[in-house]
Design a protein around this ligand. Structure first.
Ligand SMILES: CC(C)(CO)[C@@H](O)C(=O)NCCC(=O)N/C=C\S
Length: 194
């Protein structure tokens, strides 16, 4: 069946303030290809995340904190609720240490963490940690990751690399191909569930 006839799947990509966000344009491109699937991609970024890529170059809808404050009157939509309804899958790539901690504690002080805080736990939420090795090795990291996995969120584990700051070790975001494959798997799993 032609991809266009397949049921459209909506993928929301969350972007936070790790230097790995330089890979976001690649992730978007690969997900838009998605052979044999009809995938629509949108992006929600934190202000720190937007530092690492040019939202206007992505050719997809990119939501930022200020978009939440277009709300003026009672009947206006609430953006983080609209995004939770729209998305079939939510993949946060990269997930920096700060937003990891916020998610584990239920903080929701920006658009991205508000979508997380109201997320429909019957839909897949994938997270791709990315941080300096010394941050990764702090015991808080695994403690927070275990909390997220306790909610049923799916970890796409970081990998060992010589990081941009010169440190070597764990903390690098998973490869783009790994992230895309994990999203495709969760989309197929959602299909079999429905
Ligand atoms: C940027 C990329 C993808 C290049 O291969 C890789 O170094 C990475 O995932 N880094 C994320 C770790 C990080 O945020 N380091 C911050 C200070 S060292």
């Amino acid at each position: 069946m032609a991809a266009s006839l397949k049921k459209k799947k909506n993928v929301l990509i969350g972007v936070t303030g790790s230097v790995a966000a330089i890979k976001v344009p690649l992730i978007v491109q690969e997900l838009q290809k998605s052979e044999g699937m009809n995938v629509e991609v949108r992006v929600v970024t934190t202000e720190r995340g937007a530092h690492f890529f040019k939202p206007e170059e992505l050719q997809v809808q990119v939501y930022r904190d200020q978009d939440e404050w277009q709300w003026q009157k009672r009947e206006d939509p609430v953006l983080h609720i609209e995004l939770r309804r729209w998305a079939d899958v939510f993949v946060i790539a990269p997930l920096d240490a700060n937003t990891l901690a916020k998610m584990a504690a239920g903080l929701c002080d920006n658009l991205l963490t508000c979508v997380v805080r109201c997320w429909d736990l019957t839909k897949p939420l994938l997270f791709c940690p990315a941080m300096n090795t010394h941050m990764w090795n702090h015991p808080l990291t695994q403690r927070h990751i275990d909390v997220l996995k306790g909610f049923g969120y799916i970890e796409v584990p970081c990998v060992e690399k010589t990081l941009v700051c010169g440190d070597s070790g764990l903390g690098a975001m998973a490869e783009v191909s790994t992230i895309v494959a994990a999203v495709h798997k969760s989309l197929r799993d959602v299909d079999t569930l429905l």
